[in-house]
Design a protein around this ligand. Structure first.
Ligand code: 4AD
Ligand code: MG
Length: 475
């Protein structure tokens, strides 16, 4: 048995082939468009309907699983080189056309989200998810080829890596037996066999301990944020790629982030041509319905090539604030959140302005004010900024957040005290600074945001198989 992708690549003309897949369409009792998931392309199977049993013909419906045996011949039809002249056909699994939710027509993305278990049978979602798989492979390939070890960070953890308090609690209580305090609130301090734990928001702190022994490591796993954000960029469960490197300062960290992102994009530009061409065309159709001045200047593939062939712009937070203060972003000539003072956190409208209007390329912002960033970031000599970096992407905003880490035990302890982080909570983390501390750096890339950029999908819910958001944890 071959896959359709193999057949379309091969020169097996006039040979007998067997293909199993799902019917996309069946026209004129004669032409079956069959897809098996191996490629965006269907293969046309031509049936000798006069010699096919009527009852069998009735079972060839959209969504049915079938096995087809026949001869691979040159196709007379447009848009396909080969087709199968069917000798034998078997229905493996029926699909009742009255009930099957995925009809051979264009469904809205919202409707398909409600059918997340079946939307993968559409062209759009199969292309997106094949790209997601290819990107995942490209990530592992990149780090392996560059001397990194893959490290599996724990999912259940006692620490809050970001200190942002956005954690889901882990509990093994049966709801009605949960111990409560005097105010009737559940006492989480005992939930995980007597300890308080949560789902990880980032594998960084654990990755740091591994980098301080293996040199260069990376994690690539699910992370969880209990933030009630209903945007097209946020999920409650998302996958993060987190490299961590000993003896790397912030400049080396920025170099790695840029090289890594460009490399994985280049990788899929060469391995996923058909799927990217399909998604590019899908976006072109979408663009046609927009007013001319809102259409994107570049096609999807042009954009991917542009980003992977050109340098990212590196700008300090302080320079960025100056640019924003002197900018007139739109007709009303102001931002919704005006940038009046140094020290404010940038809103996504500011980030997008810098990337899409001002620099017109990916931007790495670095040296942020210490008081808007996490406790573990290396304090600069000015005493007020930290060696943080965020990579900002067109259409996406922040795709990477990272930093050079504070390697000085006394400075780190002092910062934790200021922020009220107990030393006992992170005694093991502090040990890396006690024993053989060294300059080190790392970053986290939100995998779904990368998949969004590469596929051009507007909503993050459409690039992860079963999205977890405040409204949606079904399936
Ligand atoms: O900027 P963040 O919060 O950084 C960290 O977690 C660091 N500990 C990473 C590190 O240095 N090892 O998150 C990193 C990236 C963001 O830039 C964004 O791409 C993605 O993770 N991200 C999300 N993606 C989807 N949904 C969410 N709710 C996300 N929150 C962050
Ligand atoms: Mg961030």
């Amino acid at each position: 048995m071959s896959t359709i992708a193999e057949l379309l690549r091969s020169d097996k003309l006039l040979q007998d082939v067997t293909i199993k897949g799902w019917v996309r369409t069946f026209r004129s009792n004669r032409f079956i468009a069959l897809n098996d998931g191996s490629t965006i392309n269907n293969i046309q199977c031509v049936l000798d309907f006069e010699n096919t049993d009527e009852s069998l013909l009735k079972r060839i419906n959209t969504g049915a699983a079938i096995a087809v045996t026949g001869t691979l011949v040159e196709s007379q039809g447009k848009g396909q080189k080969v087709e199968i002249q069917v000798a034998n056909i078997e229905v493996l699994g029926d699909s009742n056309p009255e009930e099957y939710p995925i009809q051979p027509k264009r469904h809205s993305l919202e409707y398909l989200r409600e059918n997340a278990h079946l939307r993968i049978r559409t062209n759009t979602f199969s292309a997106v998810m094949r790209l997601r798989s290819a990107l995942s492979y490209a990530v592992h390939k990149y780090f392996t080829e560059n001397g990194f070890y893959n490290f599996h960070a724990p999912i259940i953890t006692g620490s809050d890596a970001e200190g942002a308090g956005e954690m889901f609690k882990v509990t093994n209580f049966e709801a009605n037996k949960a111990p409560t305090d005097e105010n009737g609130n559940i006492d989480y301090s005992q939930d995980f066999f007597g300890k308080e734990t949560n789902l990880t928001v980032s594998g960084q702190l654990e990755a740091e301990t591994y980098a301080m022994a293996l040199g260069k490591v990376y994690t690539f796993g699910p992370t969880f944020r209990a933030e009630n954000s209903n945007t097209t960029r946020h999920l409650a469960e998302f996958w993060m790629i987190e490299p961590e490197m000993a003896f790397h300062d912030l400049d080396m960290n920025m170099d790695l982030a840029e090289d890594f992102i460009k490399s994985v994009i280049k990788d899929v530009l060469s391995t996923c041509k058909d799927d990217l061409a399909f998604l590019e065309n899908r976006l072109l159709q979408e663009e046609k319905s927009k007013p001319a001045n809102q259409r994107s200047e570049m096609s999807l593939i042009e954009k991917l090539k542009f980003v992977s062939d050109n340098n990212f712009k590196r700008v300090s937070y302080t320079e960025a604030i100056d640019i924003l203060r002197n900018s007139k972003p739109n007709k009303k000539k102001k931002f919704q959140f005006p940038v009046n003072e140094w020290g404010v956190d940038l809103q996504s409208e500011h980030e997008r302005y810098l990337v899409e209007k001002h620099f017109k390329c990916p931007v790495i912002l670095f040296d942020y004010p210490a008081n808007i960033k996490a406790f573990y970031m290396r304090l600069n000599d000015d005493g007020k900024t930290v060696r943080a970096m965020d990579v900002l992407f067109p259409g996406i905003g922040e795709i990477v957040g990272g930093a050079q880490r504070e390697e000085r035990l006394d400075v780190l302890k002092n910062k934790m005290e200021v922020l009220g982080i107990e030393e006992e909570e992170l005694w093991w983390y502090l040990d890396t600074r006690k024993f053989g501390t060294a300059v080190h750096s790392g970053f986290g890339l939100g995998f779904e945001r990368l998949v969004q950029f590469v596929t051009g999908m507007g909503n993050i819910r459409d690039v992860i198989p079963f999205p977890r958001t405040p409204q949606n944890a079904e399936f």
